[in-house]
Design a protein around this ligand. Structure first.
Ligand code: SF4
Ligand code: SF4
Length: 291
């Protein structure tokens, strides 16, 4: 079963849920993978002692413009919808703006004068980790290079590597928000857990994420983190929209304290372990639904 843990905004407890759910499944003896797709700031690894066993550099296409062969016809500039070509024909200046380039290759197709050649540039890396003394899980981390425009190629590569592991349960920690990188992460999964908090901001971002998932026709449920703060509007919304509430994690100082020390909370607090056991049961029931 493939599960994404996502949220409409950062800081709602998405990584807390994904790492603790990962351990819940592992404790049940299921071979489980956790893929951190939050490629701008991956941080799942800090909760585990794991050994890196593989690293893959992710590259993306980049055009190389040879100004000495350029006839300043302007075709590449016209074709580039990302404004990634600096073009000043009056001064005979042409240059690639690397940070804006999406590597689509349109400029290369447009150039009839062999002034554009192809190259590859590194945009990030994907690392795989295993646990030294246990064989029931693996971690995969997507990390984009600083200054790279989009994390999507790195996320794509991490997902591909995760799928090859063929784990019984695959958990994907999605990037926050509902942009392309979120869509890329939730696209291959069977079920999405949306983590939110019962505040006006939490509700507003939850609504956006729900809208996006409905457009993608994805099955999803909601986990409310820090239950007890804010107000009841999130609960009313879930009710009105017939959205499944699959778990509630209370606002509790002892949870925050464990988490801030880099501890897996289910291993420290039995009340939280029970909550995650219930969430795991519901996910397994969902997975068995069509069998
Ligand atoms: S590869 Fe695409 S985005 Fe990059 S400069 Fe060429 S047309 Fe523009
Ligand atoms: S299409 Fe080729 S020749 Fe024309 S402006 Fe671009 S690089 Fe120069």
């Amino acid at each position: 079963m493939k599960i994404a843990v996502a949220s409409g905004k950062g800081g709602t407890g998405k990584t807390f849920v994904s790492t603790n759910l990962f351990c819940t499944f592992r404790h049940r003896g299921l071979f489980t993978s956790l893929t951190d797709c939050d490629a701008e700031t991956p941080n799942s690894l800090i909760f585990f002692r794991a050994k890196r066993v593989n690293q893959t550099v992710v590259s993306e296409y980049r055009p190389v413009i040879d100004a000495s062969k350029c006839l300043f016809c302007g075709q590449c500039y016209e074709y580039c919808t990302y404004n990634a070509i600096f073009y000043l024909p009056a001064l005979q200046k042409i240059k690639l703006l690397n940070d804006l380039c999406h590597g689509c290759g349109a400029c290369s197709v447009a150039c009839q004068y062999d002034a554009i050649t192809d190259s590859q540039t590194s945009v990030g890396e994907v690392s795989s980790y295993e646990f030294a003394d246990e064989e029931d899980g693996c971690l995969i981390e997507a990390k984009m290079n600083v200054g790279v425009y989009s994390p999507v190629p790195v996320i794509k590569s991490a997902i591909k590597i995760a799928l090859q592991q063929n784990a019984e349960v695959m958990i994907f920690d999605a990037p926050p928000g509902t942009s392309c990188s979120f869509i890329q992460t939730v696209y291959p999964v069977d079920y999405v857990i949306l983590v939110t908090e019962p505040t006006p901001f939490g509700l507003s971002d939850l609504k956006q994420a729900v809208e996006t998932l409905r457009e993608l026709n994805k099955e999803f449920g909601v986990v409310i983190n820090r239950a007890g703060i804010g107000n009841k509007d999130v609960y009313h919304y879930l009710n009105e929209e017939s959205i499944t509430l699959i778990g509630e994690i209370p606002f509790d100082k002892s949870i925050a304290s464990c988490y801030s020390k880099g501890e897996i909370v289910i291993d420290q607090l039995s009340s939280v372990r029970t909550i995650f056991e219930n969430i795991a049961d519901k996910l397994i029931q969902y997975g068995n639904r069509d069998n």
